[in-house]
Design a protein around this ligand. Sequence first.
Ligand code: FPP
Length: 247
Amino acid sequence: MSAGQPDPNNIPRHIAIIMDGNGRWAKLRDKARIYGHHAGVEAVRKVVEACTELGVEYLTLYAFSTENWKRPEEEVNALMELLVRTIRRETPELDKNNVHIGMIGDGHSLPPACIAELEEAKKMTADNTGLNLILALSYSGRWEITHAVQQIAKDLVNGNIKPEEITEQTIADKLNTANMPEPELLIRTSGEYRLSNFLLWQTAYTEYYFTETLWPDFDKEALFNAIIDYQNRERRFGKTTEQIQVK
Ligand code: FPP
């Protein structure tokens, strides 16, 4: 069911998505899980196009979590291969559409072919000024915060910062998302109501949108519905309704 067009004057700058349900989508069709991941790539393409059309500035996709390494080796390998092939195949078109490709996560833990392909894609799209498409790969929020704490501890030991000088901004600056706006909207598909270690710090004030739709079925209309739902909410950031109505 279509809910129409989002208000172009209130488009979230940053949308984060937990793409869930590929495996169940495949199972419903008596297919192997990887078939669902392949179908998931098509959904990624549709959502990227829709975000470009709407002028979204950042789209962060949870493509592979730190916890996903625990999946059967066969599925992990197939997912990594799919990632490499998808990045290689899609980057020229993304580049034409002025999309800038970025990554968050523990890049060092990825297979060399994946690192090489990502580096190439980042280089090719480095000067693009349109949508920032951020792939979260081998990413988890706790890993990211732990890594930030390690960096700050080094600065303390080296005398570059005093404990009382550490602010929220100090921490935000050490995260993989430094210089990115926090997501206004986080979408999770497939009827799961969890954050699953995604962007733990950055989603303090994010609006969450959950849908039963399995990721391979998520399309432009589904994205529009999520944005319209977001636009109908009142974001108060701890203030009262009256306070936010004062312009
Ligand atoms: C979750 O579904 C999906 C993943 C862990 C992988 C997401 C990967 C893609 C959509 C393809 C590659 C993406 C890019 C950006 C090129 P699940 O396997 O957990 O599904 P289930 O919960 O039904 O088992």
